[in-house]
Every structure is written in C-alpha cells, then in structure tokens.
Design a protein around this ligand. Sequence first.
Ligand code: PGA
Length: 248
Amino acid sequence: MRKPIIAGNWKMNKTMNEALELVDEIKDETNKTDVEVVVCCPFTVISEVKKAIEGSKVKLGAQNMHWEDEGAFTGEISANMLKDLGVDYVIIGHSERRQYFGETDEVVNKKVIKAIEKGLKPIICVGETLNEREKNKTFDIVKRQTLTALEGVGKDGMNDVVIAYEPVWAIGTGKTASSQDANEVIAYIRFLLQNKYGIEVSERVRIQYGGSVKPSNATEIMNETDIDGALVGGASLKAEEFLGIVNF
Ligand code: PGA
C-alpha cells in the first residue's frame, strides 16, 4: 500500500509571520491523519518553519536546489544547505522552473541525482503544456521528461523518489484534468517505471497529481487507482483549504 502524500507548494508566497501562522494552523490537524503532509516553503522561512513543526507529523520541503555541492553560483542553494536545515523533500523540475528559468530535462536530471545522493527526497514534476496536449503529445512528453529525469538513478535511488504529474495548463488556472485523464497518465508513468525498474519498484513509487487541486475535487482525484496524492499550489496557502484536501 502506498501512503498518500499531499504536498503544499507555497511558491513565492509567505513572509515569516505569514508562514508561521499557516503552519501553526495546519500542524495539529495533520497529526490526526495517516496522509503524509509536506510543506514546500520558500528558502527564507525554512529554518523557522522547521522549528514550528517540531513534534508534529508535518514534513519539510524546499522548492528547488542547485546540482553542485558548492561554489560560485550566485543566488543558488545547495542540497547540503537544505540537509543542514532538516529538509526532507525538494521539488525538482516544476513547470514554472522549466518555463521561466529555462530548466531543461538534463538540468532536472542533475538535480535529481544530487538530491538522492544527499538524502533528499525529490518530488519530480512532469507534465505537458496545452499546446502539447492538443497535439496529442501528452504521453511522449511525459515519457521524455520522466525517463530523462531518472537517467542514472538506480533501483535503490527510487526508494525516495516521488513523481508529480502536473499538466501545465491546469496549474493555477482553475482547470483540472479530469480525474480519469490524470489517472491514465499517471498509470502510464507507472508503466514506464515498471519497464525500467520492475514491478516491485513501480508499485511502490508514489505519483501525485497537481494542477488546481482544491477541497471540492480532492476526493475524486484521490479515489483514482494510481493517484497517490497531490501537489497543491494556490489551495496550500490557506489552512482551511489545504486541510480540506489533506482530509479528502
Ligand atoms: P495550483 O499549483 O494548485 O495552484 O494549480 C500546483 C503546482 O504548481 O504545483
């Protein structure tokens, strides 16, 4: 049985006080569920959020990292720095990173390899744009992104990997993929994993759906056979909405 994982991606939101207020509102409720709950916060609040969630079941995540250990990379944050702060998860290859910051599949792959090497659990994002979907390229795109991201990752490395299928056209738009469509793509990702790693790994890896998940659609999405959780943007910024998803 795969344990569902609901991760909030706060993106570039929340000052320190706002962040602490939000975690304070979600942590007690989180202790009552069997779902794994992660908050992927901005770098600036990670250390304080870490203290605030101490003793609760909330896990700590970051939204990005660099693939080198250290050096002259102005403005970047390394895996070691995240480990040092007690971070568990790191989102890698979010479509906004790909779209606005030029992250390629190869860059995503380097980051995934480094995260695993350092003991961080990558949440690897894949998903097609609207244009790609309309051209019936969804499966090709998802295949290329998934397999390139995992190049050089062995079976053992897969223990800590989470994949998030996030159709780009559904992110922040209020449009969601139908739960059946999302499940179909996610089942395909699982099939790719099975080909590469065998059934034992493919049955174990958790694959989330992301893109306008809210309390009103969470149950339907989570009831699908292959969907193991959600990566939540907008709705993770308000305690009530996020908890509505966690308690789907
Ligand atoms: P959204 O974002 O829930 O606001 O659509 C999801 C994401 O970008 O991870």
